[in-house]
Design a protein around this ligand. Structure first.
Ligand code: GLY
Length: 572
């Protein structure tokens, strides 16, 4: 099989006309549930791509549940947002039913059985740069397809084929690239060629342009197998053969047994309270949920509302909380099936408050003075999040990833999808700085079948026993910060959902000892005040791409779609 990547002016025009018609019809048919503030009564989806959102909305309108929409979106994003949408990666789901039952699903990738602690080191024990990031050996055993099957079996209302079909159609008929996507594909062309000799996936002989039609026939055939055979369509048979052949062609170690044995896991959510709001979030192997609650507990006694959004006191307090929580994250968190995470202690509010005791308003704490074991492992920015509420009020919050943008950059030949490079989320060499100058802990060292630590923080917030917010974001180690600050933006600083998402963010992760800020996040005067106290402030690229939904007191859904990407909110 070979993928056909086609584009021509006629097709582009036809697709653009078709899309405009479809999107227009969605808006018109959604009028009934819409109020004058652009809020929706019947349900909402917010995803990283217009087609992801459109597919989700159509499923909801057909009578599908939030989980049906989630499954359809997970597969659709694997087609239209290959940077992070995936079937070759993994993710986490937080679910809250309309009557307040909550559960999480861990479909994180696992280390293959042949993995070992030193697999990315050379003969003298030094880390081999890039080995855990690129190529076949960087891939963990994918969890997304098993996760979607399990979620659908438990909470789906539509048939499996109804929820897989929209992605299949997008792969087979094609979709038009956005300007951002065309640019990203062009920028990654040399790496696609380097890691995929003899394959032409996502590669255009000239340049991709906005509006070009991308058809992915091999991926369509894979999705057809998943549609017709469910889990077996991916973890056994032809697709498994292709994955194992791909491994053999480039020094990978994943076997048919690894694939056959992969199981996603239902886990009890981590739950806490912040000023009467109930926070329902992801437990380990994500560090995100525990860290989010620790951050909220650390700042709870302080008058943030009075200080105001991004004031010097607000920023200083948040930075000092983040410094301490990220130090804990590095030391204490890993896959709970392999390492005893001290969850109860970390989640005791008094523990977080005692960690804040030594902070001094006159002077920045030095990270070197913050007692903790090892530092945060490197994580990349390319992940994706989507939030959904259906017509009954069931809510889904999913963050899913290939790790780096386009994962390991390896396409499974014949099957047309990208493999993750999630192995780099392990501490490649515990106790020793990795290629980014960061060190990681024993808790997150590599072992066969172990899940690598994540920062993904899909979260649902309740107020007075009712749904209040569905939230999450990509952004590697900044995920926790972005979710934390966006929640504060609504609860403390009275921003709308969109305003809270748009607001500029800043980030501290213990090491390196610096405050990373988005352009224009802080007024100059505030920067100077903080610098005088010893804070090192560095400007960085955009932080996060939060996609969130807020339920207003009138029962309408307000979306927040991050303008940092092509993110789209649709409701009805
Ligand atoms: N790969 C990013 C994360 O899981 O946090």
């Amino acid at each position: 099989m070979q993928n056909r990547l086609k584009f021509n002016r006629l097709n582009r025009t036809l697709v653009a006309t078709f899309l405009s018609a479809v999107l227009f019809s969605s808006c018109v048919s959604g009028q009934l549930g819409k109020n004058n503030s652009g809020e929706f009564k019947n349900g909402m989806v917010v995803t990283a791509h217009t087609f992801g959102s459109k597919v989700g909305l159509e499923i909801l309108k057909k009578g599908g549940s939030a989980i049906d929409a989630a499954v359809a979106i997970q597969f659709a994003l694997a087609v239209v947002y290959p940077n992070a949408g995936n079937i070759g990666g993994g993710g986490f789901m937080v679910y809250r039913s309309k009557d307040g039952q909550t559960v999480t699903l861990d479909y994180r990738e696992k280390a293959p059985k042949k993995a070992n602690r030193d697999m990315y080191l050379d003969s003298v024990g030094n880390v081999i740069t890039d080995k855990s990031l690129y190529g076949q050996l960087a891939a963990g055993v994918p969890g997304s397809v098993d996760g979607m099957v399990k979620a659908h079996q438990k909470y789906g209302k539509l048939t499996w084929s109804e929820v897989v079909q929209p992605a299949l159609d997008l792969a087979r008929k094609g979709f038009s690239l956005t300007e951002k996507q065309a640019g990203e594909l062009n920028r990654n062309k040399q790496e696609f060629i380097k890691y995929n000799p003899g394959k032409n996936y996502l590669i255009n002989s000239t340049q991709w342009n906005a509006g070009d039609l991308l058809i992915q026939e091999d991926l369509a055939i894979t999705l057809e197998l998943i549609r017709d055979k469910g889990r077996d369509g991916f973890y056994t048979g032809k697709v498994a053969d292709y994955i194992v052949a791909e491994m053999k062609s480039g020094g990978g170690i994943m076997t048919k047994d690894d694939l056959k044995n992969y199981q996603s896991i239902w886990r009890t959510p981590v739950i806490g309270n912040y000023k009467g709001y109930k926070i329902i979030t992801m437990p380990p192997p994500s560090s995100g949920g525990i860290a989010l609650l620790q951050l909220l507990y650390s700042v709870e006694p302080y008058p943030l509302k009075r200080w105001g959004f991004n004031s010097d006191s607000t920023v200083q307090l948040i930075v000092e909380a983040e410094r301490r929580v990220y130090a804990d994250r590095a030391t204490h968190m890993g896959d709970p099936d392999f390492y005893k995470v001290p969850q109860q202690q970390l989640l005791t509010p008094n523990y977080s408050l005692s960690r804040m005791k030594d902070f001094n308003w006159n002077k920045a704490t030095l990270s070197s003075d913050v007692k903790a074991g090892d530092a945060t492992p490197k994580e990349s920015d390319q992940t994706t999040h989507f939030s959904i509420v259906d017509q009954d009020g069931n809510a889904v919050s999913i963050t899913t990833t290939l790790n780096n943008s386009y994962g390991s950059k390896v396409f499974v030949k014949g099957a047309g999808f990208l493999l993750n490079d999630e192995m780099d989320d392990f501490s490649v060499k515990p106790g020793t700085p990795n290629m980014y100058g960061l060190v990681g802990g024993e808790a997150n060292s590599i072992s066969p079948n172990k899940r690598m630590l994540s920062s993904m923080t899909p979260t649902i917030v309740e107020k007075n026993g009712d749904l209040f917010m569905v939230i999450g974001t990509p952004g590697g180690s900044t995920i926790i910060t972005s979710v934390f600050q966006t929640i504060l933006n609504v609860i403390e600083f009275d921003k709308s959902m969109q305003g809270a998402v748009d607001a500029k963010k800043f980030h501290h992760q213990w090491l390196p000892d610096e405050v990373a800020v988005e352009k224009d996040a802080l007024d100059n005067l505030i920067k100077i005040k903080l610098q005088q106290k010893g804070y090192k402030i560095v400007e960085r690229s955009p932080i996060g791409r939060v996609d969130a939904i807020l339920k207003t007191k009138w029962g309408y859904y307000q979306g927040g779609a991050d303008p940092r990407g092509d993110d789209t909110k649709l409701g009805w």
